[in-house]
Design a protein around this ligand. Structure first.
Ligand code: ASP
Length: 348
């Protein structure tokens, strides 16, 4: 199977072979994402980015990925500035703007909206997050990060032990990630959440039917001593009916240096889709792990560019042009991007 011309709305379209193909395209594009090479295989193409919900990483990294491949991007953010506020249907909007662009990225709070938009166009639509449903491109960059981190540590994804911690009910990134993880063999997956925020039953059943061992628990310390990956998430307060009833994690759910030192192996990897809530009392992933090389969150965000470039190149059918299109970049780039990066990046 190939991604050529496909909509990418759910991780359910992927199999292991497709993941391997995508990751090998992403590997080829690593030097482009790091500002070392130029590769203008999308010159002349135009991306329409439609974001009807807040975003920093997803929108900007889709922009950057498309532009680094030589394409141009136009953005619309929020419903109020579009004709949807005048009563236009999503289907009409989709058909109209499909005449302007070569590919669309859509984020919308309503789970069905991205399907309605995709149903009204033959140009490819990439889901940038549909309500509490899925976030396929985040899960792809997450899995790409896991595969690179595990390779560095001499581990395989199959037979590994993974804890998904936090808001598993509304967290769309963990929904998509569980779908991708289920493609591997013999995993032990701890689904660690407050009792009101469990992983949806349908996804638990899917993973169990795939032969994986699933342990559901409300105690964040259960299983931590064995795990190879701790994937923490933020409480998705925007999905609760009203902000007054929005749930806050108890201090048990704070993933910090003390918890990781006391309960996890020295070679665990700690990830989070971000944003993390760093405000006092939020009890999300703590900033005090920033200098700990087990924290992979910025390697994870950096992986968003090669993965999103690889998706664009594959869906638009120009991935085979990469090797002959690569040339040296000439502008200044620091050796390491962030102050704590030197110890994490093995590539020089
Ligand atoms: N950025 C991710 C998302 O849009 C995770 C989050 O917001 O907590 O789903």
């Amino acid at each position: 199977m190939s991604l050529l011309g496909k909509h990418i709305l759910s991780c359910s379209i992927f199999d292991i072979e497709l993941l391997q193909q995508l990751f090998s395209v992403a590997d080829q594009l690593q030097p482009v994402s790091r500002g070392k090479k130029v590769c203008r295989i999308l010159e002349g193409a135009v991306l329409g980015n439609l974001f009807f919900e807040a975003s920093t990483r997803t929108r900007l990294s889709f922009d950057s990925a498309f532009m680094r491949l030589g394409g141009s991007v136009s953005n619309t953010t929020g419903e109020a500035v579009t004709s949807i506020s005048k009563g236009e249907s999503l289907a009409d909007t989709s058909r109209v703007i499909s005449g302007y662009y070569d590919i669309l990225v859509v984020r919308h709070p309503d789970e069905q909206a991205v399907y309605e938009i995709a149903g009204a166009t033959h140009i490819p639509v990439l889901n940038g997050g549909n309500g509490a449903g899925e976030h396929p491109t985040q899960a792809l960059l997450d899995l790409y990060t896991v595969s690179r981190e595990f390779k560095r540590l001499g581990k395989e994804i199959s037979s590994s032990r993974i804890a998904l911690v936090g808001d598993l009910r509304y967290g769309r990134t963990v929904h998509s990630l569980l779908r991708l993880l289920s493609l591997f063999q013999n995993l032990t997956i701890y689904c660690v959440s407050p009792s009101i925020l469990p992983m949806p039953r349908e996804l638990l059943d899917m993973a169990a039917n795939g032969g994986h061992k699933i342990v559901e628990t409300g105690d964040p310390k259960v299983g931590l001593k064995d795990i190879d990956l701790l994937y923490a998430t933020r409480v998705q307060k925007e999905r609760f009916a009203c902000t007054e009833t929005a749930f806050n994690y108890g201090s048990d759910f704070r993933v910090d240096q003390a918890l990781v030192n006391a309960h996890c192996k020295p070679d665990v990897i700690v990830m989070h889709p971000l944003p993390r809530d760093s405000r006092a009392g939020a009890n999300d992933l703590s900033d005090d792990l920033n200098q700990d090389e087990r924290l992979a969150i910025f390697r994870q965000t950096d992986a968003g560019i090669p993965i999103r470039m690889a998706l664009f190149a594959s869906v638009l059918g120009v991935d085979h042009l990469i090797p002959s299109a690569l040339r040296d970049a000439t502008w200044y780039r620091p050796k390491y991007i962030g102050p704590n990066d030197a110890s994490f990046y093995t590539e020089k």
